[in-house]
Design a protein around this ligand. Structure first.
Ligand SMILES: NC(=O)c1ccc[n+]([C@@H]2O[C@H](COP(=O)([O-])OP(=O)(O)OC[C@H]3O[C@@H](n4cnc5c(N)ncnc54)[C@H](O)[C@@H]3O)[C@@H](O)[C@H]2O)c1
Length: 326
């Protein structure tokens, strides 16, 4: 099969391309490079620089490269920005997906994997979030992911397409320093930034109903996540038309913000005690995946732990920013 990886020059997409290659699958990257980096695309993998909003470019790419499956990661992903720019987020994430699905159905591509997010759940009030936990997204970003799932599912049903919506929890780590996340939107790089600036990391709220009072999240290594995409792609390519999977991708283990900061301090040797500031509005106390369904459906479970994530992310950070305190 030949898989079109949209967003394949991005942080997660570049890891998916490598995992697919290692599994012997052919890939073509489709990316407008709005946040992606061309150098992340391995030699020998074709890179088409265009937007998913460009219907002609999408249709041409599918035809010219003989695409037989799509993994759709291309999207805008910043929650706070989506609150400021909802029209932009709906256009890029929902309209971009609709245009892509139109080309996919017109050309008869049978398999479609969609990057969704734990952001679809909003503030789940359960110990372990299952795929049946009600979805109540708290931001336009989360809404675009939920609307995207609906669109993918409805299209799959109507056009006999096998689909999977993968709900990623908190992604961290890197396969190699060059592939590390360059954005500072998640806890791990936010703490790295404070430490290299010689400042204390901030913890937003230590009065949550959790064991140490700080928020608890489920972190997943990006290499494990990429391997889950390979498993999903393989499953869909052997599945009956119209198959529809919705799967959490997490480790099923909670790690508190305080535990993460302490691990980062130990890993980086920059140990500075964190400062506790008031809670941020909209932060749920605990969001931890039930990872049972993906284990049953795909035979996939995460292999890498939080230490692997922090160490590999730190190597990527050092490559770009150095280790010295500024
Ligand atoms: N990083 C996370 O923690 C996380 C968590 C849950 C879900 N996700 C989802 O995973 C996917 C990948 O995220 P990432 O962290 O790698 O982000 P990223 O910004 O590094 O990658 C997104 C890629 O898509 C490309 N892109 C964006 N809009 C495009 C368009 N309209 N047409 C073509 N290319 C376009 C960008 O240039 C970039 O290469 C996204 O769909 C995101 O919503 C990410």
């Amino acid at each position: 099969m030949t898989w079109l990886i949209t967003g394949g020059a991005g942080y997660i997409g570049a890891h998916v391309v490598r995992a697919m290659q290692e599994a012997g699958e052919r890939t073509v990257v489709y990316d407008d490079l709005s946040t992606g980096i061309a150098a992340r695309v391995p030699d020998g993998v074709p890179l088409v620089v265009a937007s998913t909003l460009d219907a002609d470019a999408v249709a041409r790419t599918i035809a010219e490269h003989g695409i037989t499956g799509v993994v759709h990661l291309a999207a805008k992903k910043q929650v706070a920005e989506s609150v400021e720019l909802p029209l932009h987020y709906y256009r890029e994430n929902v309209e971009g997906l609709r245009v892509l699905l139109e080309a996919v159905t017109a050309s008869g591509v049978p398999s479609f994997v969609f990057s969704s997010s734990a952001a679809v759940y909003g503030m789940p009030d359960v110990d372990l979030v299952t795929e049946d936990t009600p979805c109540l997204p708290m931001s336009p970003y989360g809404e675009t992911k939920l609307a995207g799932e609906w669109l993918v599912r409805a299209t799959g049903r109507a056009h006999r397409l096998a689909t999977a919506s993968l709900r990623y929890f908190n992604v961290a780590g890197a396969a190699t320093p060059e592939l590390a996340d360059t954005g500072v939107f998640n806890l791990v790089p936010m703490v790295f930034e404070k430490l290299t600036d010689g400042e204390a990391p901030r913890i937003f709220g230590a009065d949550y109903p959790t064991p140490d009072g700080t928020c608890v999240r489920d972190y997943i290594h990006v290499v494990d996540l990429a391997e889950a995409h390979v498993a999903a792609a393989r499953r869909l390519s052997a599945a009956a038309p119209g198959t529809d999977l919705t799967l959490n991708i997490g480790r099923g283990e909670g790690v508190s913000v305080l535990e993460m900061v302490e691990l980062i301090n130990a890993t980086t040797g920059h140990g500075t005690d964190p400062v506790v500031t008031p809670r941020r509005p909209g932060d749920p106390a605990r969001v931890v995946a039930s990872a049972d369904r993906i284990a049953t459906e795909l035979g996939w479970t995460a292999k890498r732990d939080v230490r692997d994530m922090v160490e590999s992310a730190w190597q990527g950070w050092v490559r770009v920013h150095g280790t010295a305190v500024r």
